[in-house]
Design a protein around this ligand. Structure first.
Ligand code: PLP
Length: 388
């Protein structure tokens, strides 16, 4: 018998859907897969060469648990240069992806029964990780255009609230939080003595000339209550290499380090060594973001013309979160049924809103070629027309 902990855990819906699509593909079906949570680009050439070099230079051994000092220094410099935050290397921990940092942080901060605030639609990992840490997830429901505000957060704070998780640009909505609202959120968090876990993994994938503001850059008080989480998975198209980090107050980082020392011991030595070179300006990263932006423009333009789809323009990330409430009927009563119908009829795979605890929507990832996106638009038009 497996533990109750595991019995109560939901498996990652996006990963399992992706597996289903891959299985269909191996059986010869031509599926347009728009479920991916990862860029469809290759990593920058310099980074690939750095990995090969690290192998040749025999970076084979255990690294310090919080990560190679040189890498933490490079991350500290990145924060100073790009995000206007001063972190010391001992205020940074490197882990096997941002996901690991988030989990470590929740285990380090949450006592059984503590409430942790997150938002809906949400990346379901937050909710599952809060539960694994013994906490109670409290979700703030966001309405279109899915902007988190201090006012909505304030309504959910109780005596048991320990932390708030924010994520911008967000998965699955691509929404960002404007600096003025971040100021209000920071003020509230400091006043109510909470922790903020700020997941900024999509910070580089911003459109329309948008600039990222880290909540920890808004003053010393909020910085002392924030764990800034990020990584290279999305910005450098290396989801499989597993490299992310957290930056925050020394005491918190020491706690996370203690936990990491007894679990994974840290990220791969080869990847860490290579990652030191990832922080210089990269034309390849810029090119990828521009390509995402032009795909977003194409999709928003085309799909906005389909009357019953509710489109909200994402400001970053590579996702479009689309409302299908007006298309649900007896045949497809839920967005989950609707997405299954789309897969069966048109061989187009998108992730139903249920995976983000937001039924009535689907998430379309535009980490896919324009050719496939064009086919998807055609298929969606046909599917919707046939269902009316
Ligand atoms: N945070 C968000 C919001 C994500 O969407 C993802 C990946 O889908 C992650 C974190 C995980 O990042 P990593 O690959 O660094 O673990």
């Amino acid at each position: 018998m497996l533990s109750t902990r595991i019995q109560n855990l939901s498996s990652s819906p996006t990963l399992s859907l992706n597996a289903k699509v891959k299985e269909l593909q191996t059986h010869g079906q031509r599926v347009i897969n728009l479920t991916a949570g990862e860029p469809d680009f290759d990593p920058p050439e310099r980074l690939k060469q750095a990995v090969i070099q690290a192998v040749q230079d025999n970076y084979n051994h255990y690294t310090p648990v919080p990560g190679l000092l040189k890498l933490r220094e490079a991350i500290a410099q990145k924060y100073q240069r790009e995000n206007q935050i001063e972190y010391q290397p001992e205020e940074i921990i490197v882990s096997t992806g941002a996901k690991q940092v988030l989990y470590n942080a929740l285990l380090t901060l949450v006592e059984p029964g503590d409430e942790v605030l997150t938002h809906l639609p949400t990346w379901s990992t937050y909710v599952e990780q809060i539960k694994l840490a013994g906490g109670t997830p409290v979700c703030i429901e966001l309405k279109v255009p899915f902007k988190l505000t201090a006012e909505t957060i304030a309504k959910k704070i109780t005596k048991k609230t320990q932390a708030l998780i924010i994520n911008y640009p967000g998965n699955p909505t691509g929404a960002v939080i404007e600096p003025e609202e971040l100021e209000r959120i920071a003020e509230l968090v400091v006043k109510r003595n909470l922790w903020v876990i700020s997941d900024e993994i999509y910070e580089k994938i911003l459109f329309d000339g948008g600039r990222h503001t880290s909540i920890a850059s808004l003053g010393e008080e909020i910085k002392q209550r924030t764990l800034t989480v990020s990584g290279l998975s999305k910005s450098h198209a290396i989801t499989g290499w597993r490299l992310g980090w957290g930056a925050g107050p020394k005491e918190l980082i020491e706690g996370i380090t203690k936990l990491q020392g007894q679990t994974t011991s840290g990220a791969s030595s080869i990847v860490q060594q290579a990652a030191i070179s990832a922080f210089a300006k990269s034309e390849e990263v810029n090119r990828m973001v521009r390509e995402f932006e032009s795909r977003r423009n194409y999709l928003v333009n085309e799909l906005s013309q389909i009357k019953r789809l509710k489109i909200t323009q994402p400001e970053g990330s590579f996702y479009l979160f689309v409302g299908v409430q007006e298309l649900l009927n007896e045949k497809y009563p839920t967005s989950l049924d609707w997405c299954e119908g789309l897969l069966d009829t048109e061989q187009i795979a998108v992730v139903p809103g249920e995976a983000f605890l937001a039924p009535g929507y689907f998430r379309l990832s535009f980490a896919a070629s324009l050719e496939n996106l064009e086919k998807a638009v055609e298929g969606l038009r046909r599917f919707i027309k046939a269902g009316l």
